[in-house]
Design a protein around this ligand. Structure first.
Ligand SMILES: [Zn+2]
Length: 100
């Protein structure tokens, strides 16, 4: 299975942690060159959010779409059946991101 990374975050993390140690060896430049010339894949960033109950319904914390709990779906139905927001596609896992 392919494993995708965020090249910018990788480079920034690499240069922050080991940049000074390898600054004189030119390794940072070689890593930057390798990253910038690595093959890319057509992937979509995963958005994260969660369902929150508010006074007039249930809201997606990513796009702020409000579902009227009286006329659309109940809070319980939304939590049970919508693992992703139908409007923005956010994964309803509590807002966890895949940060380094
Ligand atoms: Zn949404």
């Amino acid at each position: 299975m392919a494993r995708y990374i965020d090249a910018d975050k990788f480079y920034n993390n690499y240069s922050d942690k080991w940049g000074l140690e390898y600054e004189d060896t030119g390794e940072i430049d070689r890593v930057a060159f390798a990253i910038s010339h690595a093959p890319t894949a057509d992937v979509v960033e995963v958005k994260h959010g969660e369902w929150k109950r508010i006074e007039c319904g249930t809201i997606c914390t990513n796009c702020n779409r409000v579902y009227d709990n009286d006329f659309e779906f109940s809070y319980k139905q939304i939590k049970q059946y919508f693992k992703r927001c139908p409007d923005c596609g956010a994964k309803m896992d509590g807002g966890k991101a895949n940060d380094l």
